[in-house]
Design a protein around this ligand. Sequence first.
Ligand SMILES: Cc1cc2nc3c(=O)[nH]c(=O)nc-3n(C[C@H](O)[C@H](O)[C@H](O)COP(=O)(O)OP(=O)(O)OC[C@H]3O[C@@H](n4cnc5c(N)ncnc54)[C@H](O)[C@@H]3O)c2cc1C
Length: 369
Amino acid sequence: MAGPTHSDRFGAEGVTSPVRMSEKIAIIGAGLSGLAAAFKLKEFGKEVCVFEKSKGLSGRAASRTRKGCRYDYGANYFTVESNEVAHLLFQTLPTEGLCRIVGGIHPFDLTGKISAGEPQRNSAARWTYREGISTIGKRMVETGGLKVMTETRISRLKRTRGKWQLETEGGAAFDDFDAVLITTPGPQTIDLLEASDLDRTVCDPTVNELKRAEFVCQFTVILNFPGPIPLPGDGYALINSDRLHDIAWISHENRKPGHVPEGESLFIVQMSPAWSHHHFNRPVDEVIAMALTRTADLLGINLPPPNWADVQRWRYAHPVSAADQCSLKPVSAFRLFFAGDTFVGKGRVPAVIESGMAAASQIIAHFRE
Ligand SMILES: Cc1cc2nc3c(=O)[nH]c(=O)nc-3n(C[C@H](O)[C@H](O)[C@H](O)COP(=O)(O)OP(=O)(O)OC[C@H]3O[C@@H](n4cnc5c(N)ncnc54)[C@H](O)[C@@H]3O)c2cc1C
């Protein structure tokens, strides 16, 4: 799509600069909110650079390959709830390998009693990709031709004469940005802002608003067994409905085409936030052993020894409350913008894509004014 034309103007401080073809925007975080924002900004002709601390793309919409298996160990599936997200995922990005997950989700309670899932809820389409859910971010990067600097953790921001400079822990600096969009989980955003050289009138109210978004931690334990082991009710997943069980979610990665070779079973076990908080610093082997016992209890069977297991410790897994994006509008005068599930209040792939697109629209509108 051709980007709209515009003249370069500087609002907050009345600083002028030579007219150039497009504003230069830095995005911190290559999760789905950051990449969705980058994708839209690029469509509108902006020059965008995404900075990502890890090696991979898509953040908590994470997939991994191990011993011939592909598995989604952060977000396990996504739904599509708005036309904008549907258009992006089903029309703009290539759909090769996109697959609907077959099988219901059945609730269980504190006592481990499993009941039939709600038919209406279970009729909703749930999606992933053969190559894993992280394909969404990879496709946005490939299709949009996005520039992403991985293994680049931004540790400090500085604003001089209307331009933003980003610094890494190692002292590398990236400068001359007209705007910065931060998409990291709220607590990490607070750390970044507090370590930065910012006007207190910008920093303090922003930090106070971001503190409203509380995040919980979570362990994901991945268990691979020999042989076929179906879940009770032969569904896709079990979910703890009263949020009192040590296990929050178990799903069968076999339900996703191309993820698990025949003759093996792979379970994604997400421990509850309370359990995860209590055991957060325990060694990985102990976490696996405890998760294995609780899984066998819940399934009511003797599980064979696993072929292998894997663990992911998510320090900031999900927000349980939201910060208000509108309250941060005054900060946009300084060309500092925010997106991500911090402003959604729960962890949801479609909602963070929308949040990234909304932030991109805000930036586009800002430079048009
Ligand atoms: C265990 C688990 C299960 C989930 N299950 C589901 C599900 O089934 N369905 C669903 O829809 N959602 C689910 N979610 C929620 C969903 O994954 C998230 O809401 C969504 O992926 C968050 O996207 P984001 O862009 O807001 O943040 P992130 O994905 O966290 O992206 C932020 C990025 O910023 C990077 N970063 C952080 N600090 C810096 C820095 N200083 N410099 C540079 N980069 C930095 C991070 O590495 C990360 O890549 C789940 C999440 C978890 C953890």
